[in-house]
Design a protein around this ligand. Structure first.
Ligand code: BGC
Length: 462
């Protein structure tokens, strides 16, 4: 079947990964500025926080080059662009005094996008918590939901006459688990489990308050969603028993493992923490988090469920339940060594739609490759084209089965600061030379343009 007529073809990026201008026009520091500037080498791992000591100080210099970037998005034919707002650019201290120049940047960017016929999808939090708020305890502070609501009101007041699509949090689980439990990214904390749960709960309350704030103050009718990632799985065969096993694995919180999807979406959509998860973490999960009024606030009605999907594990049915299938020797992998598993784009949207009954928006999908500018001046990235083709074909199967998938955002519009890997992983449709800031559309960008123009009909194998 073909993609629906109004299917949203987009691409995404995030503030700290592309904007640069980290110390300009009154922007305050975020936890990622502080983390990336810490160049100490860990005696255990022999690594700095960020490979090569890279920082987001300049990144893609998008803050100064947004007009050129929007022109390139227009050339690709994007219908939508997912950006995120740097909280500390808008409120340098996280709360209180507004930095009008910072806020104006987003107003100008939105105007430029609308002029180009590109719908802005605005993510309010993509991991870059203001350092000033971190100094007050960050998400461990019970006031943090109110800080977030204050920030969201400032942004809503400024942009909601033009922006009608909002996303509260990006991959809350990476921010909390990697940043607050494992200490492997900003803010580099290794909190004990009860405190991790508390921070997670505050973040969820912040989400609820943000949804209320946007709906209350938006100048126009708007759509609000959330963009977590998922414990990505797919059945190893299309047999019913394997599909059922994969569905079970997708939401199975019975192991003492916080990564499971149900921990991060059940409270937000269903207003409850997963029962089997609470049992698994019985000695650590603070009962106070089960307060009904909190869960009611957390589970504000949403208009869509965003989901970031990249790679998954094959699941096989067994007599006892299910197992994760072994990867085949020499499995297909990206430059990041992530397995290429297109079926996650068929099955995860399906499982999510069945469980949460919300329109599904693929808020990120893509891969990093060893891309460079060839002697002919072009960037040839056939594997990105094949990857996207395969994943989109699988997505079309979900559509065939009646799953309400409303759009797809490629990650990323351009090569950028890939968190702990710095500039070492290239995810873009547009190549960026980080010395000269020269942009070059990769072959995949032209291919994507054709896919968008044909509304998916140009996919090989459709
Ligand atoms: C994040 C992006 C990141 C991408 C690739 C997602 O986890 O939301 O910021 O660059 O995956 O790693």
């Amino acid at each position: 079947m073909s993609f629906p007529k109004d299917f949203l073809w987009g691409a995404a990026a995030a503030a700290y990964q592309i904007e640069g201008a980290a110390m300009e026009d009154g922007r305050g520091l975020s936890i990622w500025d502080v983390y990336s500037h810490d160049k100490n080498v860990d005696s255990g791992t022999g690594r700095m926080n960020i490979d090569n000591g890279d920082t987001g100080d300049v990144a893609c210099d998008h803050y100064h080059r947004y007009k050129e970037d929007v022109a390139l998005m227009k050339e690709i034919g994007l219908k939508a662009y997912r950006l995120s707002i740097s909280w500390s650019r808008v409120l340098p201290e996280g709360k209180g005094k507004i930095n009008e120049k910072g806020l104006d940047f987003y107003g100008d960017l939105v105007d430029e996008l609308l002029k180009a016929g590109i719908e802005p999808y605005v993510t309010l939090f993509h991991w870059d918590l203001p350092q000033a708020l971190m100094n007050l305890g960050g998400w461990s502070n019970p006031d943090s939901p109110d800080w977030f609501a204050e920030y969201v009101k400032v942004v809503t007041d400024k942009l909601s006459d033009r922006v009608t699509h909002w996303i509260t949090f990006n991959e809350s689980q990476c921010h909390i688990i990697i940043g607050h439990l494992l200490g492997e990214c900003a803010p580099k904390l290794k909190l004990p489990y009860p405190e991790v749960f508390q921070a997670m709960h505050h973040l969820f309350l912040a989400h609820g308050k943000a949804v209320q704030t946007i709906r209350k103050y938006s100048a126009k009718p708007c759509m609000v969603g959330y963009a977590p990632c998922a414990s990505e799985v797919y059945p190893v065969t299309d047999k019913k028993e394997d599909i059922d096993a994969a569905r079970r694995a997708a939401f199975d919180a019975s192991a003492k493992n916080l990564w499971n999807t149900s921990w991060w979406i059940d409270p937000i959509v269903h207003g409850r923490y997963p029962k089997e998860g609470i049992e698994a973490f019985a000695e650590y999960f603070p009962e106070a988090l089960l307060k009904e009024e909190d869960l009611a606030l957390i589970s504000q009605p949403l208009d869509f469920l965003g989901i970031n999907l990249y790679r998954g594990s094959g699941i096989r049915h067994t007599e006892e339940g299910y197992v994760q299938a072994e990867k085949k020797i020499g499995f297909d992998r990206t430059a990041f060594k992530w397995p290429v598993t297109p079926k996650v784009l068929h099955y995860m949207p399906k499982f999510l739609f069945e469980r949460y009954h919300l329109p599904v928006l693929i808020t990120e999908n893509g891969l990093s490759m060893a891309d460079w500018v060839s002697l002919d001046g072009k960037v040839h990235d056939p594997q990105r084209i094949d990857f996207m083709n395969r994943y989109l074909l699988e997505l079309s199967k979900a559509l065939d089965e009646g799953v309400n998938v409303v759009g797809y955002f490629a990650w990323s519009i351009m090569d950028n600061f890939e968190w702990s890997q710095g500039y070492g992983e290239r995810f873009g449709l547009i190549h960026v030379d980080f010395e000269t800031q020269k942009r070059t559309l990769k072959d995949s960008a032209y291919w994507y343009r054709d896919i968008i123009t044909s509304n998916g009909e140009g996919l090989q194998g459709l």
